[in-house]
Design a protein around this ligand. Structure first.
Ligand code: NAD
Length: 480
């Protein structure tokens, strides 16, 4: 396992010596250490990215696509090994980590295509109403991009940023989460292996304070893309403000899943369980508020209680494990504090709330609270763990109003047997992505990002690359 910084194409020790322990959440013990980068390392990484930028920008989309496709291929070739590294460090079941690695490879392959498309449309003519003029459209990379990611989907969130940034022609300084740096460092190894020009991708591990803050304030950084909590997102935005940097934010969620009485029952159970207990609920897109039509509420709640109790906890690296531990101790404690708060508020705890027997790591049982008032902190705040809150509704209008009564607007799921109703409700919900009768299928061609406090901008699809591009028009007066 790697443990150094990757700057200017070379593995190196931090300027100020220091190490950060890396934990295995299944055991709750440290098993590795990585370099604790600091401001001087950020300076080196930004300088390397700045020096590499002109050549990378001028290489053109087709040339950049060759590198992106090569990264995609390496990610595919090494998928099983990388999934194991990620599963151990993050705690997610191996099967989920395999999905992550496939997602990361697909993302690089997609943005290889987008890089070619960018070059093909460069300098396109713009139709003007005056034939005395000619205008052409260019889209040019913003410059050095600072990319900051959290710990819940290692390599996925990273690929969603690194691939479009490189495709656009930006050079990159990446800060993995200090909690899950292991698999992200392998991206440096892949860059080295495929001969990515030095400085195009730099990886600086370390804390938010010592690495994240200088990355967001640095005068030579043109673009910041951040995924993480709202509190830190606001600080990132403030740090970028004096330099008027372009900032993209992918933040939290408290998303609804709306189940109508006419829904396919088994499909509804599958969508509810997957929406909150996948990745032990540590998903910005967790559908942590279940709104169920009153007439089927008792039956559905019984089924999801049974389904949640049947999820097998265990070593994430065991093929049979269905739910892993919480990735970090602080998050584990935060989730338990919310559960205690729910109990103190007198909420109806339907199942879970404790630690599964016989396991040492940071496990929390799948937990469900019924009939949660909309004023409860558990209904309104992002918990980021395996905790589901339920309310019932009687009319479609009531369901929509409850779904939208939220500070966030990242995603939603609608489960209904009536196609027109499902689409009506999907259109009415304030969220960046709505699934109908579907688990959370994410295609790189569709966008990711939220309304309201869930963020600014969109990742994935053409929008993902646009956020690293500046638009330039060149208008000439033609000879008279
Ligand atoms: P976090 O905000 O604590 O940390 C995210 C990253 O920011 C980490 O790499 C951290 O080291 C860094 N950081 C911390 N302080 C910083 C600072 N002052 N300046 C710059 N960087 C700093 O978030 P987390 O706990 O790692 O992740 C959980 C949060 O992420 C949840 O709120 C979740 O909803 C959100 N999230 C959102 C999405 C999305 O796509 N919308 C995806 C995954 C996670």
């Amino acid at each position: 396992m790697r443990n150094q910084l990757f700057i200017d194409g070379k593995w190196q020790e931090p300027v100020e010596p220091g190490r950060i322990p890396v934990f295995e959440p299944y055991r709750g013990t440290a098993y590795h250490e990585v370099a604790a980068g600091g401001p001087a390392d950020v300076d080196k990484a930004v300088a390397a990215a700045k020096a590499a930028f002109p050549a990378w920008r001028d290489a053109g989309g087709r040339e950049r696509a060759r590198y992106l496709a090569a990264i995609a291929e390496k990610l595919q070739d090494r998928a099983e090994e990388l999934a194991r590294l990620s599963s151990r460090n993050n705690g997610k079941p191996l099967g989920e980590a395999r999905i992550d690695m496939a997602d990361a490879a697909a993302c690089f392959a997609y943005y290889a295509e987008q890089a070619i498309a960018l070059q093909n449309r460069q300098d396109a003519d713009v139709a003007l109403p005056d034939d005395g003029f000619h205008a052409r459209l260019r889209q040019e990379p913003a410059g050095v991009a600072s990319l900051i990611v959290p710990w819940n989907f290692p390599l996925v969130t990273t690929s969603w940023k690194v691939a479009p940034a490189l495709a656009a022609g930006c050079t990159v300084v990446l800060k993995p989460s200090e909690i899950t740096p292991i698999v992200e460092l392998e991206l440096g190894a892949i860059a080295e292996e495929i001969g990515l020009p030095p400085g195009v991708l730099n990886i600086v591990t370390g804390t938010g304070e010592r690495v994240g803050t200088p990355m967001t304030a640095h005068p030579d950084v043109a673009k910041i893309s951040f995924t993480g909590s709202n509190a830190v997102g606001a600080r990132v935005m403030a740090a970028g403000a004096p330099g008027v940097k372009s900032v993209s934010l992918e933040l939290g969620g408290k998303s609804p899943i709306v189940v109508f009485a006419n829904a396919d029952f088994d499909e509804a159970v599958e969508c509810v369980l997957g929406g909150i207990f996948f990745n032990a609920g540590q998903m910005c897109s967790a559908t942590s508020r279940l709104l169920v039509e009153k007439s089927i509420a008792l039956k559905l709640i019984d089924a999801i209680i049974a389904g949640s109790q049947a999820l097998k906890p265990g070593d994430p690296l065991d093929e049979g494990t269905q739910i892993g531990p919480i990735t970090m101790k602080a998050q584990h404690d935060k989730v338990l504090a919310y559960i205690e708060r729910g109990k103190a508020e007198g909420l109806s705890l339907l199942t879970g709330g404790g630690k599964p027997a016989g396991l040492d790591g940071w496990f929390i049982e799948p937990t469900i609270f019924g009939d949660v008032p909309t004023t409860s902190a558990l209904w309104r705040e992002e918990i980021f763990g395996p905790v589901l809150c339920i309310r019932t509704f009687e009319t479609e209008e009531e369901a929509i109003a409850l779904a939208n009564d939220c500070d966030f607007g990242l995603v939603a799921t609608v489960v209904s047997g009536d196609e027109a109703q499902a689409n009506r409700v999907a259109n009415a919900i304030e969220a960046g992505h709505v699934w109908i009768n579907s688990p959370q299928a994410i295609f790189v061609q569709t966008s990711w990002g939220g309304f309201k406090a869930s963020g600014i901008g969109r990742e994935l699809g053409p929008w993902g690359m646009s956020s690293y591009l500046e638009v330039k028009h060149v208008t000439s007066r033609l000879k008279r």
